[in-house]
Design a protein around this ligand. Sequence first.
Ligand code: MN
Length: 517
Amino acid sequence: MSKKIYIFDTTLRDGEQTPGANLNVDEKLQIARHLELLNVDIIEAGFPFSSPGDFAAVQAVAREIRGPQVAGLARAFEKDIDACWEAVKEATNPRIHTFISTSDIHLQHQMRKGRDEVLEMAVAAVKHATRYTSNVEFSAMDASRSDLAYVAQVFTAVIEAGATTVNFPDTVGYAIPHEFGAMIKYLVEHIPNIHQAVISVHCHNDLGLAVANTLAAIMNGAGQAECTINGLGERAGNASMEEVVMALATRKDLLHYHTDIVTQYIYPASRLVSKLSGVPVQPNKAIVGANAFAHESGIHQDGMLKEASTFEIMTPTTVGIKKSLLVLGKLSGRHAFKNKLQEMGYYLSDEELIRVFRRFKELADLKKKVFDEDLISLVETESIYKSVPEHFRLIELVVLTGTTVKPSATVRLEVGGEVKTLSTFGDGPIDAAFRAITDLARSKCRLLKFAVSSITGGTEALGEVSVRLEEDGHVVTGQGVDPDVVTASARAYINGLNRLHFLQEMGPRSKEKPVKL
Ligand code: MN
């Protein structure tokens, strides 16, 4: 019987600390629902004390998600722990995750405290948390650069105080796998009450070793892996959940561990997180990258056609990537379209289906072959993002650009039922289109981020644009898809404006600026 490894997903907490990847409450909930489908053991939903927005998101996740445990992060202060409990208490199985630094570098330069004082604070924090719940995790920040004997002393004391999970983070991504594994072995051998707690690891990817370090830790006694979808996270990110899970699943022959992750939901979760965070997945990313299962060399292709296992260590379907021979074109009917979507795992409401089908027909007119990736993008953009009313609607966009003309754009926009037109110049066609839309919509929002990617290769590929807008403390993501990147950009911008408009109509909300610690 293999040992179960608990998957602690921190996409909504550490993942959200990815520069530019702020998520609002709605977006966090959507991701949490996917994490529930994936069957992760614990969802770390945020850092409740850090901002009212984070508090609201953690609370919303705790209220709705029923399967996984829901954790909130808290510094080793009573007020942090109190706020954390308030936010998580309605979960089926709430967890308080409190932390303090243990490395001399952090103690001397950041906290200006001695080891004894930090030990006392850690024990006091865990004791305070156990007044609310027996499900308490303690993290020793910068553990991998700490004196191991001291970490063992702190862990022994916090387990004595009631911590049921002790987390050993490689906060700065400094460890090397065999070294990190040996550290975990040391803890197992030097903490007398270690059998009363689960050892967890939280690895960062600054040297590209987060997953390798996590596996080394598991092989030496760790029972919980902290990770994120797509490896999002502070700086170079965290251990990627899909890589940890698939390494364990693929090498069962060597690694006698298992997780309860439903791997078929990995790819849809990766897509969703990428879309909502606005952080694209690199094409050569393991497991979920666009090229992860693409075989380019002739010898490899020949082998694949004869027997997939010649060059494939796992099948795309295991992680939810469905390849189908059915390619849709402009003559495909709504029935075939609906079947195709269901085959891909998307069950839309009738209203959504009509909307997505209309966009599909427009697309099929412009593009001969519509690939699975194009459909996924359409479905996600139309069904997720059009869930807000269209106060602003693009009617027509004409751009003029080239090497010898000043770029200009003419936009016809429906604003609350009234059609308005404006032409403007810009530094480029996208800039011109955005200026025209901004004026027509009378928007004061700030563009925080703009990202373009193409979904499939080739010049006929669909352009996918993601924008992040901010106004009055509301931060939203807008998405647009079109074969023309200027049109895709305009659609993304208008989609973002609709989301901002919707939030403003809903009345003032708390500011959502995460505090980075
Ligand atoms: Mn971290």
